[in-house]
Design a protein around this ligand. Structure first.
Ligand code: ATP
Ligand code: MG
Length: 332
């Protein structure tokens, strides 16, 4: 086991954000464990450290993102925005090639924005994501923030929308002010609540005013923040909304291959050699990435608790069977 000094050094290096020291102490703990005969623990620890180091060289973005100190939104902004520092990467998503290449384009243009601006071009920065629940819209916001080392500011609709539309417009102004002051990824989830025909108010004129303010703020905004809006109900969005965005990305339900890939990624630590993937694909039809992730976790947890290192086709079939009634009850 680790000595008291090693534990202290681990905590200290973590506190100082000194990853190199942290890993080196962890390796010392592994060496010590190996010497005292705890070979399995030593190997697991070494593998963990190697995995983290490899991830760091591939993705310094994810690591730095956690270390960037950014002030929490204060005052009224605190009720409008929540901040987080995601570490997700594009490789964490299973995507159709078209969606993948569009996201890659956003990331590339953002990373090389100086080059683009030098030629009078602007990088893509206003994205509208549409798709059924559980298809990866929120994950995309996290991935873009993670890849670009930006803080993710999620707009809290409950804080923003009030029954007094005049107030809603004033709060929106605050959000757009924050957006030009602090570079980040600003995520408007359930965007249809704001820009759709449905609204808290029955007064059509007032609803129009909020929407117009939003569109005006969006158009006037020349910041270098990224604005991502997501909705399950693109059909109810006001038509005027679409052309204010630089890109519309539509998220489909997974194909057969994608469904199997999500399941095998989530259960990568298990022996999956006996799985009948054709059958798994058959019963996955109509399920979202989110549903398949939850079903995989159900199967994985059951295997862990019964001490199995492998997963059988039936385990996944049963887990999906448990999930289906919940899905069918979802709102249309
Ligand atoms: N393309 C994907 N690849 C891998 N996993 C995914 C993908 N999309 C979703 N998931 C998994 O499903 C979960 C739910 O996805 P997410 O929250 O992004 O869905 P959403 O599109 O935002 O849904 P909603 O419209 O309900 O907000 C994620 O946390 C992730 O685990
Ligand atoms: Mg979402």
């Amino acid at each position: 086991m680790a000595t008291a000094d090693q534990v202290k050094a681990l905590v200290k290096s973590h506190g100082e954000g000194d990853d190199a020291r942290f890993y080196s102490v962890a390796m010392q703990v592994a060496a010590r464990a190996a010497r005292s005969g705890q070979n399995r623990f030593a190997q697991e620890l070494r593998d963990l450290v190697d995995g983290l180091r490899a991830r760091e060289t591939v993705a310094p973005a994810a690591v730095t993102a956690r270390l960037v100190p950014v002030t929490q939104p204060r005052g009224e902004l605190a009720s409008l925005l929540t901040v987080s520092y995601p570490a997700e990467l594009l490789s964490d998503l299973v995507l159709e090639s078209q969606v993948h290449s569009r996201l890659l384009k956003v990331i590339t243009e953002q990373r090389q924005q100086d080059k683009l601006r030098a030629h009078g071009f602007h990088p893509l920065r206003r994205l509208l994501l549409t798709g059924a629940p559980g298809t990866g819209k929120t994950m995309t916001a996290r991935v873009l923030a993670g890849e670009l080392r930006l803080p993710l500011f999620s707009i809290r609709l409950d804080g923003l929308m009030t029954k007094y539309m005049g107030e809603t417009a004033a709060k929106l102004r605050l959000v757009f002010e924050a957006l030009s002051e602090t570079r980040g990824l600003y995520f408007f989830d359930e965007f249809d609540a704001l820009a759709g025909e449905r609204s808290l108010s029955n007064d059509v004129g007032e609803v129009r005013r909020v929407l117009n303010s939003f569109l005006q703020f969006l158009e006037q905004d020349e910041s270098d923040s990224i604005i991502v809006a997501a909705t399950n109900h693109p059909q109810i969005l006001d038509k005027a909304v679409f052309r204010r965005f630089d890109a519309l990305i539509e998220y489909p339900l997974p194909t057969r291959e994608a469904a199997c890939a999500v399941i095998s990624n989530r259960l990568a630590n298990f022996d999956l050699s006996r799985i009948d993937w054709g059958r798994v694909a058959d019963i996955s039809v109509g399920l979202s990435y989110g549903d398949l992730t939850v079903a995989s976790e159900t199967a994985g947890k059951a295997a862990v608790l019964s001490g199995d290192s492998g997963i059988e086709t039936e385990d996944i079939v049963n887990a999906i069977g448990e999930r289906r009634p919940l899905i069918n009850r979802k709102e249309p």
